[in-house]
Design a protein around this ligand. Structure first.
Ligand SMILES: CC(C)(COP(=O)(O)OP(=O)(O)OC[C@H]1O[C@@H](n2cnc3c(N)ncnc32)[C@H](O)[C@@H]1OP(=O)(O)O)[C@@H](O)C(=O)NCCC(=O)NCCS
Length: 274
């Protein structure tokens, strides 16, 4: 059995959908992100057995130059045969070429296969995250929060770090909280504030599926109201908020505002260039 890797080509589309549908029960997003991925730095690679794609993985260069490893899927008929390892080898070739200072991925805290494979390549378990979701209400109202520039959020880095555990999650892309990330988020239009109230919220892809809240400081309920309004205006079905698991007060406030716990916590795994 010969395993090879190469860059994705449009002819691989149906085969990649087959890989995704076999590998994961829910959360199918390949078809929705394929055009978006063409606009991002970093390759979508396929791994082939005897010339046919059986696995795929995307590397995305985030705002701070770090590598985000995503959409890693191996069709169940070909798992545990070294296909995942082949994709990781290709990831690390790119990490070297691009000079990424770090590489990260996330997985469910109970995903032994994904974490085990990542550990083979020197990624270590980092912080864990809890998330809560709520349906978007029909009726919302503007809250007075307005878009802000990065500098205003950079001033609040210590508070943001405490709430978020050091990562801002949009679409389960956990971006390390630093000045470059906040500049990228400002450019994406994901930073909102009024007075002491600050909201970080947006969608990297599939905007109609969910609006992601990455942080809410100050008058938290007002920030949540603004997120609901953004979700309603943008046509998102639900809101999802990731935060550090020790944020008990935030958890209670979310529960009081109609948010429910998501089934699994997530863990970020990371490799830092020595
Ligand atoms: C995670 C996944 C990509 C692994 O791909 P794979 O091709 O089966 O992995 P490999 O055969 O290259 O495994 C390499 C190593 O990873 C670890 N590993 C892989 N699967 C494992 C499992 N089920 N249990 C424990 N360790 C596992 C082992 O250390 C393995 O080495 P070994 O076989 O010599 O013991 C695959 O299981 C998959 O697609 N899962 C569903 C989607 C998913 O969870 N994606 C991860 C992002 S959330």
């Amino acid at each position: 059995m010969q395993i090879t890797t190469r860059a994705y080509t449009p002819e691989d589309f149906e085969r990649c959908r087959w890989i995704e549908q076999g590998a994961v029960k829910a959360n199918h997003y390949f078809a929705d992100v394929i055009d978006y991925y063409r606009t991002t730095a970093g390759e979508l690679a396929v791994a082939c057995v005897d010339g046919q794609p059986v696995g795929m993985g995307k590397l995305t260069v985030l705002y701070d130059g770090s590598a985000w490893l995503e959409l890693l899927r191996v069709h169940p008929d070909f798992q545990r045969k070294g296909v995942g390892r082949a994709i990781y080898r290709r990831y690390f070739e790119q990490i070297e070429q691009l000079g990424c200072p770090a590489a990260r991925m996330y997985t469910g805290v109970r995903n032994v296969a994904s974490a085990g494979l990542a550990e083979c390549f020197g990624l270590r378990r980092g912080p864990e995250f809890h998330s809560m979701s709520a349906p978007t209400p029909d009726k919302t109202h503007p809250t007075g929060l307005h878009r802000i520039e990065a500098a205003q959020a950079i001033e609040r880095l210590p508070e943001l770090t405490q709430q978020t555990g050091g990562f801002l999650s949009i679409n389960h892309t956990f971006c390390q909280l630093n000045e470059q990330t906040l500049r990228g988020f400002a450019a994406a239009g994901w930073l909102w504030a009024e007075g002491e109230t600050l909201l970080v919220a947006g969608a990297r892809f599939q905007p109609r599926k969910a609006l992601y809240i990455a942080a809410a400081l100050g008058q938290t309920e007002r920030a949540l109201d603004h997120a609901r309004h953004l979700a309603a205006v943008g046509g998102a079905q639900k809101l999802t908020f990731h935060f550090a698991p020790d944020q008990q007060e935030l958890r209670e406030l979310c529960a009081a505002n109609g948010f429910e716990d998501d089934p699994s916590d997530d863990v970020v795994m990371e490799w830092i260039r020595p």
